[in-house]
Design a protein around this ligand. Structure first.
Ligand SMILES: Cc1cn([C@H]2C[C@H](O)[C@@H](COP(=O)(O)OP(=O)(O)O[C@H]3O[C@@H](C)C(=O)[C@@H](O)[C@H]3O)O2)c(=O)[nH]c1=O
Length: 186
């Protein structure tokens, strides 16, 4: 397994070791001893799974308070996955990083608490799975506009399929700072 930093401090890309043989392949999607690895916690409390059609964009989502760290992976298909630093006071506040995750390469991304997260499906459909370090708290949920011009995220899809809540999401600059996570307390 390889761990690689990304262009933002915090998110970590993980390349699991894949064992291939005549039957197919095997990999560990999570192992608690990884908590010894830099930047990866062990206290995951919830696993989520979603399936989405091509062109669906989910995000950009965050929770505050009760922020969630997320270990994300694709079980089938391919997505472009994005994390945005929304920690008020962070030197990289408002910056984003993105990478392709697919069932072909089995790469994973760990996104720490304090980042907004979203992905768009670039294959016919995608089955997406993620582990969370905090429970889902709908009352603390927030969305940032996927197409916020200040963020200028280079999505590979120009007219995605969105949920109503994501279509109506505010720009990051319109969200009062006290409704966002604070750096470095988070
Ligand atoms: C996220 C979540 C949703 N739900 C329910 C609420 C709702 O009725 C239904 C669908 O929820 P959503 O529309 O919020 O699902 P979705 O748009 O897939 O939300 C997810 O998007 C990605 C990008 C993330 O990073 C996640 O943290 C999460 O916010 O599932 C839960 O019961 N538990 C959960 O943890």
């Amino acid at each position: 397994m390889n761990l690689r930093g990304t262009r933002l401090q915090g998110p970590v890309m993980i390349e699991p070791r894949i064992f291939r043989d005549e039957r197919g392949y095997f990999l560990e999607t999570w192992n608690q001893s990884r908590s010894g690895d830099p930047g990866i916690p062990s206290d995951f409390v919830q696993d989520n799974l979603s399936r989405s059609a091509k062109g669906v964009l989910r995000g950009l989502h965050y929770q505050h308070p009760a922020a969630q760290g997320k270990l994300v992976m694709v079980l089938q298909g391919e997505v472009y996955d994005v994390a945005v630093d929304i920690r008020v006071g962070s030197p990289t506040f408002g910056q984003w990083m993105g990478l392709t995750l697919s069932s072909a390469d089995h790469r994973q991304l760990y996104i720490p608490p304090g980042f907004a997260h979203g992905f768009v499906v670039t294959s016919e459909f995608a089955v997406f799975m993620y582990k969370c370090t905090n429970f889902y708290r709908p009352e603390f949920e927030g969305s940032v506009a996927w197409d916020d011009p200040d963020l200028a995220i280079e999505w590979p899809v120009s007219s995605p399929i969105l949920a109503a809540k994501d279509r109506d999401a505010p720009r990051l600059r319109a969200i009062p700072p006290d409704r966002l996570p604070a750096w470095p307390e988070i």
